[in-house]
Write a protein that binds this ligand. Structure first.
Ligand code: ATP
Ligand code: MG
Length: 331
């Protein structure tokens, strides 16, 4: 596997090296290509990401990414948006799964679902008309865009409990009728059991009965909101991994940002980054290694080895070392 490794800025420089230690402990055949991107690079060179960087990323099988700081400077070209566009990463995947000895907002651990968010169109189309007294953003729903996200969600559902929930607001926004219809017919074609929910009702139901859901597929803005909200069920930003999938490219990153407030202090929770590595290995078909990471992580949490955000007193490095030690015993 040819793997691009982007630490980025802030705590990206701590949590990605922690995840790489875990990867190294697995002794896999991986060619690691470090790529420097982000605000630090922009300050040093005047560009946060170059065409050459994009070519390197395109030449790799997959990408492990930390976080980048996005300054309010209008000249700054967003690294994440550039990568998303260049690699056409249309699916954003967020598993919402409880971890042992960590309490989420509801204090329960009987749920396990995944949010599949369309990542290229919807209200984030970027097609805008900004005026003094009125501004408009065009909400884009295409058959092609809906089809490919529906296909992805159905395949994922088939590998899980075969249950799909389509989230929309087609009673008010007619553009969602196309999304809903395409998702329904794709689910029927794949023989996936499906239902649908209006997004407002879904927000309520996820907080009241999260255990009822398996795979949720939705449009860009709804997915953005529901996935952040659902993150609270697990218990903290430092725990949530994500994947961005495109045709032939895949990019894995913790949900959290560069957290400048705690950067450089060895306090950052590396779990989101390590779980992002686990998703990467699953995507690549390395199921045994992915399962080993999960087991090592559970053992670490069960022994109370946690960073301060989870009420513990261990450092980023100590958490990573504990996971590495558990993996080494298995070899
Ligand atoms: P950015 O502009 O890069 O998004 P941010 O300040 O918004 O940076 P986030 O990473 O989104 O930072 O974090 C929000 C809050 O959550 C911060 O207070 C941060 O310290 C905390 N946080 C985020 N990630 C972690 C982590 N891995 N471990 C511990 N705390 C974290
Ligand atoms: Mg942020």
């Amino acid at each position: 596997m040819k793997l691009a490794i982007i630490e980025g800025d802030g705590i990206g420089k701590e949590v990605i090296p922690a995840a790489v230690k875990v990867l190294d402990a697995l002794r896999m055949d991986v060619e690691k290509i470090p790529v420097e991107l982000g605000y630090g690079k922009w300050e040093r060179t005047g560009s946060a990401i170059t065409d050459q960087d994009i070519d390197i990323l395109k030449s790799c099988d997959c990408i492990l990414f930390g976080a980048v700081t996005t300054p309010p400077d209008p000249d700054y070209k967003s690294v994440l948006l550039t990568i998303r566009k260049e690699l056409d990463m249309y699916a954003n995947i967020r598993p919402i799964k409880p971890l042992p000895c960590v309490n989420g907002i509801l204090g329960r651990n009987d749920f396990n679902f995944v949010i599949v968010r369309e990542n290229t169109e919807g209200l984030y189309s970027g097609i805008e008309e900004i005026g003094e007294d009125a501004s408009y953003t065009k909400r884009v729903v295409t058959r092609k865009g809906s089809q490919r996200i529906a296909e992805y969600a159905c395949k994922l559902a088939k590998s899980r409990q075969n249950k799909l929930t389509i989230v929309h607001k087609s009673n008010v926004m007619k553009s969602d009728k196309l999304f809903l219809d395409v998702c329904r017919s794709t689910a029927a074609a794949h023989e996936v059991e499906y239902g649908d929910e209006l997004v407002d009702s879904m927000a309520y139901k996820l907080m009241v009965s999260p255990e009822k859901y398996d795979v949720i597929v939705t449009t860009n803005l709804f997915g953005d909101i529901l996935s952040d909200m659902s993150g609270a069920l697990v218990g903290g930003l430092g725990l949530l991994p994500s994947a961005n999938i495109g045709a032939g490219h895949a990019f894995f990153e913790p949900v959290h940002g560069s957290a400048p407030d705690i950067a450089g202090e060895d306090l950052a929770n590396p779990i989101a980054a390590i779980l992002s590595l686990k998703m990467l290995l699953e995507w690549h078909g390395n199921m045994t290694e992915a399962a080993l990471i999960e087991e090592a992580l559970e053992s670490t949490l069960n022994r109370g080895i946690k960073t301060p955000d989870l009420g513990g007193s261990f450092t980023t490095e100590e958490v990573a070392e504990s996971i590495v030690d558990h993996i080494r015993i298995k070899f």
